[in-house]
Ligand binder design. Sequence first.
Ligand code: KG4
Ligand code: ZN
Length: 469
Amino acid sequence: MAFLLLSSPLPFSRVALLLKLPSRRPCFPNPSPFFTRCRRSPSPSHHPHHSQLKSLCIASSSGLKPIARSMAREDVLILGIETSCDDTAAAVVRGNGEILSQVASSQADLLARYGGVAPKMAEEAHIVAIDKVVQQALDNANLAARDLSAVAVTIGPGLSLCLRVGVCKARRIAGMHNLPIVGIHHMEAHALVVRLVEKDLHFPFLALLISGGHNLLILARDLGHYVQLGTTIDDAIGEAYDKTARWLGLDMKKGGGPALEELAQEGDADSIKFSIPMRQHKDCNFSYAGLKTQVRLAIESRKICTENNPISSANPDDRSSRADIAASFQRVAVLHLEDRCQRAIEWALKIEPSINSLVVSGGVASNQYVRTRLSHVVNNSGLRLVCPPPSLCTDNGVMIAWTGIEHFLAGRFDPPPPANEPENYLVDLRPRWPLGEEYSQGKSEARSLKRARIHPSLTSIIQGSMQQQ
Ligand code: KG4
Ligand code: ZN
C-alpha cells in the first residue's frame, strides 16, 4: 500500500489556539469536530424526537449522539444554509434524501457589474437576503423551525465575511429552537450530495471537485476521511471560465461558465493551439493561470475589442473569432482535467483497489462537454462516472443539508447554542480549510509557500476526535 502522509491530529486545545479563541472546556467529553463552544443546557421542546434528544442534552450531552445515530432516517429533518461565496441558499432535506425545499438568491447582477466577488458587497447582499431565503425554505417545506432535527451550515472554506452571515443565522435559529448544529465543509458537501441521488454510491470513491475557487482530486475513503490527491497551484477552472467569458464580452448575468459553454458550441476547438498545462509534472495538481494568459494574448493578437462591444452586438466574423477562442480554451481546459483524472484513477486504485466510481461535482460539473469528455476517461478505466444533476452541482442549500444529515446520523454535531448569544459572539469560521491530508506523491512545492493560516483539515480533526472516543 502506498505511503500516506498524515499530519498528527490536533487536539481540541490546539485548534482553539490556532483560532485565537479563549481556551474553554467543551461541554462534550469528546470534542465535536465542528463548532467549538457550548455555554448552557438547552430547554425541552415538543417534537417527539426533540424532546428525547433535548432532554438527554440537558441530562448528559454525551447521550445526544447515540440517540441521533439511532433515529430513523425518515424522522430526521435538516435545514441547510450556504453563504460561503456569492449565493445565499437554504434547503430542507429529510434524512431519506427527500428534498422538501430549495431556495437561492444569486448575486449574478453584482458579479456582472463588478467582474468578481467583492467580499464587502457580497456580505451585504447575504445580509439582505438571508432571512427571506431561510424563511422561504421553511415555508416551502411546510415546516416551522421547531420541527427541525438540526441546522447545518457551511463554516468553510470561503470568504469570512460571507460565511459569518450564514453561521450567525444558523446559530440564531438553533439557539431559539434549541436545535443541534452541524458545521459543514463546503467541498465535502459538493462531494457528498451525489449520495442523495445515487443511493448505491458507497465509500470509497474518487471525486473531482471543480468550482470557481477549487480544483480538487479527492479519494473519499469514508465519511470524514479524505485523501487529497491533487489541487490547484494557482487558479481553479471555474475562475478561468469566468475570466475568459468576461474577456470575450459574454453576458455574465448567465454566469461566465454557462455563457462560455454555449458560445463554444459555435466555434472550432482546434483553431488555436493553446498548450496543455503541467504535462511535464507527473502528478495530479492543476494550474489554470498560464492558460488564462494564453487566452488573453490570443484575444489581443486577434484585435478583438470587447469594450462597449458585447457579444450580442458583435458582427458575424467577430462572433466567430470569439467562438473559436471559447472552444479552443474549453478543449484545453478540459484536456487538463482528463490528464489529471487519468493519473488520479491509477493512484486511487493503488490505494483503494475497490473504488469503482469517479464523482464529478461543483459548478463546472454542470458543463455537458466536461461530462462527456470525462465519461470517456472513466469508461476506459472500467469505472463509472457519477455526477449530481446540474442544479445540485452549483452551490446550493441541499448539499449542505444532506452533508449535515450524513454527519448528524453518524453522531457528529454540536449542542444547541445559547438562545441569547450576543451579536458580536466570536464564531468559528474556517476560510482556508483543507478537506484531507495530502497524498505524499501529490505534494506540490509551489503550493507549500501558500500554506500560511490554513486550518487543520476536516479529516485530521474528525480522525483525531475518533481516536479520543
Ligand atoms: O461550485 P460553484 O457554484 O461555486 C463555488 O464554490 O465556486 O461553482 C461556480 C463556478 C463558476 O466559476 C461558474 O462559472 C462555473 O462554476 N460554472 C460553469 C458552468 N456552470 C457553472 N463552468 C463551466 N460550464 C458551466 N456550465
Ligand atoms: Zn461551491
